[in-house]
Write a protein of this length. Structure first.
Length: 281
């Protein structure tokens, strides 16, 4: 009986050794197993990174306006920095030779898009060289985030209706392009029809029903007694438009009444403010 037990143990050991030898003889088996374990570890690490990234951002939409809370500038210092950069960038285009104005600026909406996007970037030496913008006293930097380093990537403007949902980061709800109508309806909110309530960085919107491009916008770059607005006229009968900087008082006395920013003007939609500044005064 004892000899039989020893024989069975020996047979079992031989079977185990045979199975190990078979595995070792198969090329790539060990490598595949190693890759499998590495893949599991990598997937686990990626999941943790994504979870950590989501946790670092506010994924709500407390105003249900389609703008995620992680884009909003809650810090008053960030709000002020954005307003200064946004207006500075817009005003700088008015003093550049036409040949030096970025090619993408062709109408009023493109001036808004360019100034908005560039205001949200990091303004280091590389940015100054790339844009050609000259700043004697640079405003402070936005600290909350810099374009395009957000969950939206390069898709900066809301282009679809509805409140923000996490899946909007990848379903086409945001894009790099938005026309004037989309900017006012999806990316800004109504402040009022009294232009005296406008702050630097706020927007004036119009709708001219007798024109092929009926939606128009202007940027308030300075407020108060010497308030200033900047806008691009857009192309006119095959002629390129021009970027103008005018006193608000001149605009209020515009020879064409439909361009006067007055409450009684049905073409004047009112003063609007970017959604990322919503909740601020």
């Amino acid at each position: 009986m004892r000899r039989r037990r020893v024989s069975l143990i020996a047979l079992f050991c031989l079977m185990v050794l045979g199975m190990l030898a078979l595995c070792l003889c198969r090329p790539g088996t060990a490598a595949r197993q190693l890759l499998h374990f590495r893949g599991q570890a990598s997937a686990h690490a990626t999941a943790k990174a994504v979870a950590g990234s989501r946790g670092a951002f506010a994924w709500g939409d407390r105003f249900a306006d389609g703008t995620p809370d992680f884009l909003r500038l809650a810090d008053p210092a960030d709000q002020a920095a954005f307003r200064r950069w946004f207006t500075l960038i817009a005003e700088f285009q008015t003093i550049r030779p036409p040949a030096e104005v970025p090619a993408e600026i062709t109408d009023c909406a493109s001036l808004l898009r360019y100034s908005y996007r560039e205001a949200l970037k990091r303004h280091d030496e590389g940015w100054l060289q790339a844009t050609g913008i000259q700043v004697s006293a640079p405003p402070g930097e936005i600290r909350a985030w810099h374009y395009p380093h957000s969950p939206l990537g390069t898709g900066l403007f809301r282009v679809q209706p509805g409140s923000f949902q996490p899946e909007d980061t990848s379903n086409g709800a945001f894009a790099q392009f938005a026309d004037a109508k989309t900017l006012v309806e999806r990316n800004a909110y109504f402040v009022g029809r009294d232009v005296r309530a406008a702050l630097p960085g706020d927007l004036l919107f119009y709708r001219q029903f007798d024109q092929s491009s009926s939606w128009h916008s202007m940027i308030v770059t300075r407020s108060g007694v010497a308030a200033v607005v900047v806008y691009d006229t857009g192309p006119d009968h095959r002629h390129p438009g021009e970027i103008r900087r005018v006193l608000l008082s001149e605009l209020l006395d515009h020879p064409e009444p439909q361009w006067r920013p007055l409450p009684g003007n049905p073409n004047f939609l009112g003063v609007y403010r970017w959604n990322i500044l919503r909740g601020t005064q």
